[in-house]
Each structure stands twice: as C-alpha cells, then as structure tokens.
Design a protein around this ligand. Structure first.
Ligand code: HEM
Length: 403
C-alpha cells in the first residue's frame, strides 16, 4: 500500500483508506460516535463520515439530498466518477422499477431452491480441507463459497473463480487507492459480461445473464422497456461485486470469531439451531459494508451543515455498535434477541441479496462446524489484517484444526 499522510485527528482529517483504519476502525468509530458524530476530512476532495444509527437511518431516507450516484469515497474526483451500477447507483424515481425487475431472482423461493446445490458445493470444499491440520479459513473456504455460487448463478465456468476474485479485489480494494487499477478492472469486467450477454443471445440458459437480457423496466405510462446494454452490464457487475466480497468477508470474520471464542464455537456445535440467530449477530458485530452517498443539495445532519458536491460515508458498522440501539454493543451475544442491525443497509437500497447471503452463510457455517467442531487461530489475533475499502474483512484467517 502507498505511503499515506498520518491522520492528525479522526474527527477533522479521517482517512478510511489507511491501514490504521483497516485494523482499528471499531475503536476509531466508537470515539467518533461519542465526540463527533459527523466527522469531516479535506482528503478525497472533501468528505463526511456519519457514525450514529439514527442519523444514518434518517439521511438514508432523504434521497434528494443524499444521492446514490456515487457509492464510494476514494481518490477519484466525484465529477470524474461515471460508473453506472444499477440499481445501487440509481435514485428515485428510476431506482424502484429497476430494482423490482431484479428482485424475483433473489426471492425466498428461488433461494430455497438453491440450498441443496450450495450444501453439496460446501461439502466438496470441506472434503478438500479434510485431513489437514493447518488451513486458511479465508483462502481455503470463505472466499470460495460465494465465488462458486456466483459462478453457478452467472452460468459461467468454475475456472473463472480466481479471475472474479481478482476483479473484486482490484475494484474494491487496490482500486480505491489507485484509480487506474479500478478503471482497468472495470473495463475487463464490462468486456467479459458483454461477451457473456452476446453468448446468451444465441444460447439462452437458466442463469442471471439470460435473466438480465430479458429483464424489463416498468415505465410510468404502464408500458415497459428492456434494459440498455449498459444497464445489463452494470447490473451483472454490481451482482458480482455485491455477491462475492461481502459474503467472503462475513464468512471469514465468522470463522475468525469462532476460532478466537471457544465458548461461542461450542455453543453452535452443541446447538446448531442457533446458527441463523448467530449469523445476524456476527453480521452486526463484523458488519463488512461502508457505503457512500453524493451530497446533491446542502443539508444538515445531526445539526451539522453538510455541503453539496462533497461525499458522505455511511458507516453501517458504526451504526451497529450504537449503544442507543443495542445493549452491550461491543459484546458478541450469539443469542441476542433484539437485533435490528444495518449490515444489509437501510432504506430503498437495502441489500437485494440478503436472503441469498443468509442461506449461504448458514449452509457454510453448519457444514464447517459439523465437519470441524474444534479449531483455533494458528496466529495471534493481532496478526490478522483487515481490508480497506467499502467492504471490510480478513483476507487470511490461518486456522489449526484440532482433533
Ligand atoms: C453478507 C453479505 C452481504 C452484505 C453484508 C451486503 C450488504 C449490502 C448493503 C449494506 C447494501 C446497501 C447499499 C447502500 O446502502 O447503498 C447492499 C445492497 C445490495 N446488495 Fe448486498 N450484501 C451482501 C450480499 C449480497 C449478495 C449475495 C448479493 C447478490 C448476489 C447482493 C447484492 C446487492 C445489490 C444488488 C444491492 C443494491 C440494492 C439496491 O440498490 O436496491 N448483496 N448490500
């Protein structure tokens, strides 16, 4: 990572792309929630960072002032960001009809129908680990689960897995700091999906590429129109980004947690029926996604004026540790009953793939714990490095499988 100017004060000079942020953001956010709920930085052409649950909830519903046209704060000037990733980069009124056209592919019935395939896929990944004493929970498992699944949903060869992971890393990680890396990845992904779309025109299949080819956006006059090619490619691109890194990071964090908290691991091994509730708590505590908005109109957040033309980070991870909404927010309680967390966002852009993500995590954790009920971290927890960028997670989780 390139040398970055050290942060003087996180309230007035934050740098969410620094190593310090990546490895220490929960403590930084706790401090900001207390003393400066709307932080600012002159870096990144000027940006704000909002940390409290109620403020994020409120501004998420003000889409006129807080536009989704831009969803990341990075070294790229806001005027130069042109990427279209519908529906995540759309505002009302365009957003709802576009989102509605994608929703059926991710409804509970479709997701339930996929579960047997995911169970078998997870079992194959666990077979490959079986017999080893040292494994990497992220490399050998967490990253493979969503990549295999998205490959199946896109109807592409499983050999594309490593390439998908590279693109996701280049776009969401290295590319946040070096814009040229993101641009190159973006061109390659667009060319790849353009080819896939071309192929499905003559060879339609039961997959997301074919679904997007036939998808239509409802218009106000009661008619509808097909997606443009840009929209088709953008939708596939956002499904790839949304579907892979988030689940990879969440599963990696979950294994990290269970490896460092034997009492939680034993609880889930002995009572696997608690796994769905535990996943909600792990999503709350290790929330991977921090998203941005573009400030389209001067506005106020928590009494602080915020200026049009700058960007704003909404810290869902911080909202999820807000003591006004969660008892003992810094403790993981896998049996927590009240848990209206924001890991999947809030408002009109709330995660479209949440049913799929929950099923994937449930099958993956159930499978792992049934096969490897005893394991521990093979390094000191302080050695785990967390990623920077819109999605935070551990890229390496070295584990020792115990007899
Ligand atoms: C644990 C896994 C996941 C987490 C934590 C997560 C988190 C999020 C969050 C926070 C948002 C809101 C973004 C905003 O406020 O602008 C979002 C939106 C979205 N997610 Fe997920 N996501 C996950 C898995 C998935 C999966 C598996 C898919 C699809 C394959 C997916 C597709 C999307 C899409 C398309 C949107 C945009 C929805 C819209 O703009 O209406 N996500 N996700």
């Amino acid at each position: 990572m390139s040398e970055r100017r050290p942060v003087e004060d996180w309230a007035t000079d934050f740098d969410h792309l620094s190593d310090e942020w990546a490895n220490n953001s929960p403590a930084i956010l706790a401090d900001l929630r207390e003393r400066c709920p709307v932080a600012h930085t002159d870096r990144f052409y000027g940006a704000y960072l909002v940390t409290r649950y109620d403020d994020i909830d409120e501004l998420s519903h003000n889409t006129a002032a807080f536009s989704s046209r831009i969803t990341a704060v990075n070294e790229n000037h806001p005027d130069k960001i042109k990427i279209e990733l519908p529906p995540i980069t759309l505002d009302p009124p365009e957003h709802a009809p576009f989102r509605r056209s994608l929703l059926p592919a991710f409804n509970p019935r479709e997701v339930a129908a996929l579960e047997p395939w995911v169970t078998e896929m997870v079992s194959g990944l666990l077979d490959a680990i079986e017999g080893r004493e040292l494994v990497d929970g992220a490399l050998d498992f967490a990253q493979l689960v969503p990549v295999e699944l998205m490959g199946k949903l896109f109807g592409v060869s499983t050999e594309m897995g490593p390439q998908f992971r590279r693109w996701v890393d280049e776009f969401l990680k290295d590319g946040q700091i070096d814009i040229e890396v993101a641009r190159k990845a973006s061109r390659e992904v667009q060319a790849y999906f353009a080819e896939q779309l071309e192929d499905r025109r003559s060879h339609p299949a039961d997959d997301l590429v074919t679904m997007v080819l036939g998808a239509e956006v409802a218009l106000e006059d009661g008619t509808s129109r097909p997606f443009s090619q840009r929209e088709q490619i953008g939708a596939l691109f956002v499904l790839m980004l949304g579907g892979i890194d988030t689940t990879w990071s969440s599963l990696g964090s979950a294994l990290f947690h269970l490896a460092t908290h034997p009492e939680d691991r034993e609880l889930l091994v002995n009572q696997p029926e608690l796994i769905p509730n535990a996943i909600e708590e792990l999503l709350r505590f290790y929330s991977p996604v921090t998203i941005a908005r573009y400030i389209a109109e001067d506005a106020e957040v928590a009494g602080c004026p915020v200026s049009a033309g700058q960007r704003m980070l909404l810290s869902y991870p911080s909202a999820n540790r807000d003591g006004t909404h969660f008892d003992n927010p810094d403790e993981v309680d896998l049996q927590r009953a009240q848990n209206r967390h924001m890991a999947f966002g809030v408002g009109i852009h709330r995660c479209l793939g949440s049913n799929l993500a929950r099923m994937e995590m449930k099958v993956a954790l159930e499978g792992w714990l049934a096969r490897f009920p005893r394991f521990e971290l093979a390094v000191d927890p302080s050695e785990i490095r967390w990623t920077v960028g819109p999605v935070r997670g551990p890229r390496l989780v070295p584990l020792r499988i115990l007899p």
